[in-house]
Design a binder for this molecule. Structure first.
Ligand SMILES: [Fe+2]
Ligand SMILES: [Fe+2]
Length: 482
């Protein structure tokens, strides 16, 4: 979605106005999921949105928002999405796409009650119904609202459509497991001196980018699930996924995202030349073993340089392999004789790498850290080991409770986090799948949204009290998540 860097946005009027409108409109739309029509919060959100709409109508004559593919057009001019606004745009885009609504137009100043009618009409629409826009049109007509128009979402032939969320999940899973077997193939191939199937890797990473752009919860969820077997293969794929998801939020153009994925996928390629006994050693490494271990970025770089197949990609791949342990302030390894700046790809991959290494148990690190602790550690090292801007994006992306986290709620229920809210203020209120205990095991219960409020008491219905270790309860998170 965001193709440009956030430069001089303040001068681009359609972007400024369009962003203002979408932010308010989306907040209001989200509000309908939590509050009923008469709630004071809805009043406030409606008034804020009315103000923005009417200001725009007064100054521009009208307000016309159109979605074309993954772009937004404000009065026929494309909006340049700023990186910090990306989550809202993406969530709004997904919501509109699900409902097959691609246009909204206000030709005159709007009244609060009319806007409220529109917003509840939109939020009540069923998913994947192509004729939704006709229904909204009729309802607006019926209520005598002439100043608001909606239009159908147009799909383009070349667009990959993954509207069905089950289909989407299946697709994401396929990408994940295919990537794992590809990494295995590559590792075996290197040891047997076989040529690398780069085209296949590229295609897979393009698929991963598509899947993440549609909906990143399945792939990020898979990456977050702790798996004791075959950690090293999973690790490579996870780093690629975290890197793509981070890169997307930072605003790296789509075509470069798959390169970032490739660089993530092969960042530890040098480890294929380190003896297994050292890689899997549970005890302390001797100084010699450490220095061997620390040579993997250089070995990886050499391996990449030797392979002609990378072509133009090779610089990117080297950034991933060579720089991922260097650290932001260059205090890491390999030791450099001349100071240099770490590339953006290098900075992203080192954060993805560190995060995955901490979340996931290694042979010599049997218990993973809990998520709050990890993000705390990363914040503490922000600016020293890590690029502070990318750390911020990571924290926003992972949430305080990452996908797949087992949590205890104040209602004494246990649940597994299945979706993070896009808005930063609601980061502690994810969607959760409740668990219930029967026949000696925990089973999948109903899904709840921690943003839900109790109308009578005006408190949240459920809140997280603390995170729990799934191993202690013998819970296999993957089973619940997939
Ligand atoms: Fe590494
Ligand atoms: Fe790594």
């Amino acid at each position: 979605m965001p193709e440009e860097k956030p430069t001089r946005d303040h001068e681009h009027r359609p972007t400024k106005l369009g962003t203002e409108f979408i932010t308010k409109f989306y907040r209001l739309l989200k509000g309908t999921a939590i509050y009923d029509r008469k709630n004071v919060n809805i009043d406030r959100l409606t008034q804020e949105c009315v103000q923005v709409i009417n200001n725009i109508v007064r100054s521009e004559g009208n307000l016309f928002l159109k979605i074309v593919r993954d772009n937004f057009f404000f009065n026929n001019i494309r909006i340049i999405v700023r990186a910090d606004k990306f989550p809202i745009f993406k969530a709004f885009w997904q919501d509109m796409r699900k409902r097959w609504i691609g246009e909204v137009e206000f030709s005159e100043e709007v009244k609060g009650e009319h806007l409220r009618d529109l917003i509840y009409l939109l939020s009540g629409l069923e998913e994947n119904n192509e004729s939704n826009y006709l229904y909204v049109k009729k309802q607006l007509e019926y209520r005598g609202i002439e100043s608001i128009e909606v239009g159908k979402l147009e799909f383009y032939r070349d667009e990959e459509i993954h509207i069905d969320s089950e289909e989407q999940k299946k697709y994401s899973k396929e990408v994940y497991f295919k990537s794992i077997s590809l990494v295995k193939e590559v590792v075996d191939g290197i040891n047997q001196q076989k040529a690398l199937n780069i085209r296949k890797a590229k295609r897979l990473m393009q698929n991963a980018v598509n899947a993440i752009m549609q909906d990143d919860s399945t792939l990020l969820g898979l990456a977050n699930i702790k798996n004791y077997d075959e950690y090293s293969f999973n690790h490579s794929v996870n780093v690629a996924i975290y890197a793509i998801a981070l890169g997307q939020r930072i605003g790296i153009p789509k075509k470069h995202l798959s390169h970032l994925g490739m660089a993530g996928l092969f960042h530890d390629m040098g480890k294929t030349k380190i003896p297994r006994e050292i890689l899997n050693k549970t005890g302390k490494l001797s100084p010699e073993e450490w220095s061997l271990m620390r040579s993997h970025p250089v070995i990886g770089t050499e391996l990449i340089m030797r392979m002609k197949e990378w072509g133009e990609l090779s610089t990117r791949m080297i950034e991933g392999a060579f720089e991922h342990h260097l650290r932001y302030d260059l205090t890491g390894y390999p030791r450099l004789t001349r100071k240099r700046k770490i590339s953006l790809f290098g900075r992203i991959i080192s954060i993805a790498d560190f995060y995955d290494a901490l979340v996931r148990p290694r042979v010599y690190n049997r218990f993973p850290y809990v998520s709050e602790k990890i993000l705390g550690i990363m914040l503490e090292r922000s600016g020293k080991d890590f690029d502070p801007a990318v750390v911020k994006v990571l924290i926003n992306m992972i949430g305080i409770f990452p996908l797949g986290t087992l949590v205890l709620l104040n209602t004494n229920e246990m649940g597994i986090v299945t979706q993070i809210q896009e808005e930063a203020e609601l980061i502690d209120r994810p969607k959760v799948c409740l668990l219930y205990y029967s026949d000696g095991a925990y089973r999948k219960g109903k899904a709840v949204d921690l943003r839900e409020m109790d109308e009578a008491t005006r408190n949240f219905k459920r809140s997280v009290v603390k995170t729990l270790d799934p191993n202690e309860y013998n819970i296999n998170v993957a089973e619940f998540f997939l």
